[in-house]
Each structure stands twice: as C-alpha cells, then as structure tokens.
Design a protein around this ligand. Structure first.
Ligand code: ADP
Length: 702
C-alpha cells in the first residue's frame, strides 16, 4: 500500500514538470494503429461485415488526419491533453466494439506502457487511470450489453489483467523517472563543481602569476648587474625554476579550461617563418648544453602568411619538441616541417623524431591520458607533470587536426601532427633577390649523428640547392673540398666547427676569396677567423638563406633591432602593486626611457592631464578604478584630440577571453605578466614613434 501511495505522491509531485511529448514515438504508435485498422477493415469487408469494414476504414483515415493535426500543435500542454482525450476515446471505442472476436481490446493493455513512455509519466498515468476506472465500470455493469458481447470470464479477468499491467508500468516508469532525476541532479552538481573548480584555478593562476612576475622579473634585472659567479649561478637557478613553475601554472590553467570546455581559439593572420624561428630558438634554449644534435628539415615553399591560432600551434610544437629533447640522452632530435595544399588552404604537417628512450608498446595507448607519466621507473629523474601531451592533443583536436605517435622502446619516438590552416597569402616562406651565389660546397661529418638525421641534413642541402637553382655538392672529406674549391665553380663553403678547426689556416685563407661559413652551437662558441661567417645551429633553411643571399620575405628575424634606446620617450606604467612597478621599470631600464609610474587609474589620469606620454602600460585589476575604467576615461579625455596615446593592457590573466576583452575595449595592445623581454621589445618598437628610437650602433658611431 505504502508503495502505491509513494507512486501516486510522486506522480502528483511531478505534474508541474513541463515535459515534452515524444512526438516521433506518438507518430509511430498512431501509424501502427492505422495499419492495424486498415487490415481489420479489409478482413471485415471480406468476411461480410460491411459496417465494421467502413468503421475501420474511417479509423484509418482518422488516424492519418490525427497525425497531421498533431504535427501542427506547438504547445506541449495542449498536445498532451489532446493525446490523452484522443487515446481515451479510441480505447473506449475498442472496448465497445471488441474487434474480431474481442481482439481490439488487447490494445488497452499497451496503454499504460505506451502512454507513460509516449506522452509522459503524468499524462500517461491520468490516461491509464481513467481507463482503469472505465474498464471495470463497463465490464462489470449492465453497460457491457451495449456493445460487443464478451464472455463472463473475459469480463471478470480483463479488468484484473489491465490493473496488473497498470501497476507494473507505474512502478517501472516511476523508478526510471527518479533515476533520470537523480542523474540530472548529479550532472548539475558536477557541472557546478567543475565550474567553480575552473574559476578557482583561473583565479589561483592569476594570484600565482602576480608574485611569479616579481620573482622572474627581479632575477632578470639582477642578471644584468655585475655579480660574483656563485651569486649569478644562484640567481639563474631561481630564474629557471621560476620559469618552470610558470609553465606548470600555464599548463594547469589550460588543463582546467579544456576540462570545462572553455578553451577557445584566437585566430588571426601570422607569419609562419617567424613562428618557426621562435620555436627553433626556444628548442635550442631548452636543449642548452645537452650533448645531442637538433636538426630541422623544412620545406621552403610553405606559404608564409597563414590564418590560425599562432599561439596554440607554437605551444603544440614546443611541447612535443621539449619532450623530445627531455627524453633523449644521446643522438638527436629532428624536426620535419612540410605542407599539403587543400581546398581550405593547407595542411601543416610536422613531425618530431628523436633517438631517445622510446616508449614501451604497452604504454603507447596511454600516452595522451592525463597525468600519465609512463615508464615511471625509467623516467623518474626527468621532471614532468604528465599534462603536456593531453593538452597538446586537445589543442590539436580543437584546431581540427590530428596527432599520432610511434615509438620503439630504447630506440626513439616520432610524433606527427597535421593541422589545417587557411592561407592569407600564397607567397612562400622564402624568396630572394640579388642571388650572387654560384654554388655551395657543404661539408659536415654526418657519421656522428643518427642515420635518420644524417639523411635529413643531406636531403636539406640537396633540396635547397635544387630549390635555388645553384650548383651544390656535399663533400665527405677535406680532400674533396679542396678539389671542389679548385674547380672554381663555387662561391660558398659551409662547414662544421670541427672541420674548420682541423684546417683553420686553409679556411681562413680561403675566406679572402670565397664566402666561408662555419656552423656551430650557440653555447660555447669559439672565435673564428676575421672573414669567416658565423652560423648558429640548427642549420636549416633560414641559416642557409642568411649565408647565400639576402632574404626578401618572411625569413628575416622579426625585423626588430638587436638593441636600441629611446631617451626622449615618455612612458607611463600604471600598477597598484609596488613590486610589479619596480619589475616593469627595471625591465625597461636598458631602453633609457623617461619612465613615470602611477599607483592607480585616477593617479594615471591626473598625470596624463599634465603630460603627454608615448605609451601607457595599464594594469587590468586595480582597486578603485580598474584598468578598463581608466582606459575609458582616457578615451573620453582624448576624444577631441587627433593624437591618441597608445594604451597597452597589462595583466596576469592569460586567457584568450581577457585578451579579447581588451581588444573589444579598444586597447592598443596586450602584454601578459610575467613580462617577457622579447614581447616588451616588440611592443616598444611597434608603438614608439620611429624618430624616438635610437639604435645602439648609431650611438656608438656618434
Ligand atoms: P611530462 O610532463 O611527464 O613530460 P607529457 O604529457 O608531456 O608529460 O608526456 C607524458 C609521458 O609520455 C612522459 O612522462 C613520457 O613518459 C612520455 N613521453 C612523451 N614524449 C616522449 C618522448 N619523445 N620520448 C619518450 N617518452 C616520451
């Protein structure tokens, strides 16, 4: 009894819930009834019962009309009540008419299940209960005499069977409904906690980035000062650990955004050669003094101006390259970059192959799982969080790309990534003018590097020579170089450092009549002869172009002057945190600019009323007036003036949406904290008036 009470209470409790009618289910049910009525009509005609034949034919027609009418009803409530009334009328008709030998009445047994599944639990129960009252009222009273003549047994058993079906259906559907409710509640709770978790992580990462800004910035400033070797070493340790910690904080932030589905791409046009250059420089920096080779094999015809999320592509490439360098103790790492033309632009294809520790076959399927630091016993000395590859994979998927890995344990690993990108301009990464080069002799002892890299390096030489239509030869020993030089048909010689020092005198003399370039590591470079061109590893297309001719397009290093000052530039830095102000001022010190500071938006505005600044760096979150409010006020102040002051937003929030917020507010640019020196330099060059920039060289000349 208590069970029935509970069921009834539950059904009444859910009556206010707005539940949609399962329309497709209804149409299927009505179509079945109309087919059944059609068959009955044919059977009745053939058995001579014309009246019932006509009635069933009318039912078929009526059912089809009903489907049409129902398809027009938009309100779920009206629809539900219409279905209840309609089905009730139909079932009462079946009860009255009995069909052939009382078969039609069987339809009534489907009503509880079909009603609760098709209309919904509340309206389905009303319909079933209405019939639950009607059936015994008809069968057990003289009313049954009006229609089909059921047998006595039939009239007693049918109401019992109907009620058994009804109670069973109610129990099942109430349970299902409760389970669904509980599931929805759990999902709601999980969503809410996920949301607060990502909000917490975003806030925490902001809070962590602010002091990190001070630590990394102060270290950078210290490293410019004179100090003893041990203090410098300690300082560098703090600096590198700080940078590592920043990377982990960034990974955590990315991971939380991916988890909550908030990761968004920020697409714009960018120069691929510049991106590649940055990625290579960063990989070289991460490799440091590690005794492994890093080579790059890049197709020179990749279009330079692409459209996509440059930052995320860079992140993917750096993650994979950093792992390769990290997990390789001897041999080397090869980065292959190529492309394929597609209707939408190109598919950027890059692979990173290393001769490192490799991954066991049983781990390879888990390599992209979160926190999976596979083969822990072998890797325990290598730092890592196990977040890099899952983030990389999600970013690749977000960019509609694919990523794959193959590995041989103990021999090495290869990651391959394909990312579609739109092309803004078809001009290839490399094009030249003033090609004064007639031929190139390359000599490098390829035997000391792994086979796959040796093939790629000699392939690079051959491809470049072919691409630029110049004569080229790859020599295996010193004698063959001499022979090639003596032939007189070459203008350039490119050699490795070992080869140079073995025959230094010869090459120094040769450099008076030919261009001799020596390729060596950036770390621990040795002084070369006066006329020798120094080229940093890895030797790839950009270095080749640097040696043989003057590049016209893309490949030049960012066009940013190596060092400059701007003694007449007036800069305003606005930040409520005094340490951050000191860091920003310290980082800008080498540019010798006139720097003013303001500790709040209001103070900044007062200063700007009195003085004209060339750039304002404005912090985002400040007590009182926020950076955005201060910026709006500045815009109001300058609304009549022709010359607008560039205002660059400064923030420890690194998310794309914050970036977009600044862009939509109209800020000139955006710089995230901790301030990166190269970003600061780029922004100064971009926003300072050209006549205020004084090149360091010019100063020395004066
Ligand atoms: P981690 O921070 O541990 O490097 P990742 O998610 O980047 O985390 O990588 C997950 C695991 O995959 C690593 O712990 C390592 O065991 C394995 N792995 C990734 N790249 C390589 C590689 N190039 N060679 C060998 N093992 C690798």
């Amino acid at each position: 009894m208590s069970k029935i009470k509970e069921i009834i209470e539950y059904i009444l409790h859910i009556r206010k819930k707005s539940m949609n009618v399962n329309k497709s289910g209804l149409y299927i049910a009505f179509s079945l009834i109309s087919v059944y009525a059609l068959i009955m009509s044919v059977v009745c005609f053939f058995s001579g019962d014309t009246i019932m034949g006509v009635v069933n034919a009318l039912i078929t027609l009526f059912m089809i009309l009903t489907i049409v009418v129902f398809s027009k009803i938009r309100s779920p409530k009206i629809m539900s009540w219409s279905v209840v009334i309609f089905l009730y009328a139909l079932m009462v008709f079946f009860l009255y008419e009995g069909g052939v030998g009382g078969v039609s009445i069987m339809w009534l047994l489907f009503v509880p299940v079909a009603g609760m599944a098709l209309i919904n639990l509340y309206y389905g129960s009303i319909l079933s209960l209405l019939l639950g009252i009607t059936v015994p009222m008809y069968m057990l009273t003289p009313l049954h005499g009006l229609g089909y003549q059921y047998t006595e047994e039939y009239r007693i058993r049918f109401p019992i069977i109907y009620w058994a079906f009804l109670i069973m259906a109610m129990i099942i559907f109430v349970r299902l409904d409760k389970a669904e409710e509980e599931q929805k509640e759990l999902i709601r709770k999980a969503d809410a906690s996920n949301h607060s978790k990502s909000e917490f992580l975003a806030n925490m990462s902001h809070e962590l980035r602010t002091p990190m800004n001070a630590i990394i910035g102060m270290c950078e400033i210290n490293m410019r000062e004179d100090m003893s070797d041990s203090v410098r070493e300690n300082n560098e340790s703090i600096y590198h650990s700080g940078k590592n910690l920043m990377n982990i904080i960034n990974d955590l932030l990315d991971f939380s955004k991916i988890g909550s589905g908030k990761m968004e791409l920020s697409c714009k046009s960018y120069s691929f050669s510049r991106l590649l250059n940055d990625v290579i420089n960063m990989t070289v920096a991460r490799k440091g003094d590690k005794n492994i080779e890093f080579s790059v094999n890049c197709d020179p015809d990749i279009p330079d101006l692409l459209y996509g999320d440059e930052m995320r592509i860079r992140q993917v490439m750096i993650n994979i390259l950093t792992n390769a360098v990290k997990y390789t103790q001897e041999g080397g790492v090869l980065l292959n970059v190529s492309y394929r033309k597609e209707k939408y632009g190109i598919n950027l294809i890059f692979s990173v192959k290393d001769s490192g520790i490799g991954i066991k076959s049983e781990y390879i399927d888990h390599i992209f799982d979160v926190y999976s630091r596979v083969d822990a016993e072998k890797n325990h000395k290598i730092e890592g969080t196990g977040l890099g590859l899952p983030i990389t994979k999600q970013l690749v998927i977000l960019m509609n790309g694919v990523i794959g890995v193959k590995s041989e344990y103990g021999k090495g690993t290869e990651f391959k990534v394909v990312i579609p990108q739109a092309v803004v301009d078809e001009t290839p990464m490399v094009s030249f003018e003033n090609n004064e080069c007639t031929g190139v002799i390359c000599y490098d002892n390829l035997r000391k590097i792994p086979d796959f890299m040796a093939q790629a390096v000699s392939g690079t030489y051959e491809k470049l020579v072919e691409r630029f239509n110049i004569k080229g030869t790859v020599c295996e020993n010193f004698e063959s170089i001499k022979l090639a030089v003596d032939s007189g048909s070459y203008s350039h010689v490119i050699i490795g450092r070992m080869e140079y020092f073995r025959n230094k005198q010869y090459f120094d003399e040769l450099s008076n009549s030919m261009c001799v370039a020596v390729v060596q590591e950036r770390n621990g470079q040795l002084p070369l002869g006066e006329n020798i061109t120094n080229v940093y590893k890895p030797f790839y297309i950009k270095r080749f172009c640097d040696i043989i001719c003057k590049p016209v397009n893309g490949i030049a290093d960012n066009n940013i002057p190596e060092s400059f000052t701007a003694p007449d530039a007036n800069i305003l830095i606005v930040d409520d945190n005094p340490t951050n102000l000191r860091v920003a001022m310290g980082l800008m010190k080498p540019y010798n600019m006139k720097i003013s500071v303001a500790k709040s938006g209001i103070q900044a505005i007062q200063l700007m009323k009195r003085k004209k600044f060339n750039i304002v760096f404005m912090d985002h979150l400040m007590p009182g007036m926020s950076g955005v409010e201060a910026y709006r006020e500045i815009c109001r102040m300058e609304s009549d003036s022709e010359e607008k002051t560039p205002v660059i937003a400064l923030t420890a929030h690194a998310e794309n949406d914050v970036r977009e917020l600044f862009a939509s507010e109209g800020f000139s640019d955006f710089m995230s904290k901790p301030i990166q020196l190269d970003v600061l330099k780029q922004l100064l060059v971009k926003w300072l008036p050209e006549d205020l920039i004084v090149m360091k060289k010019e100063q020395n000349d004066e």
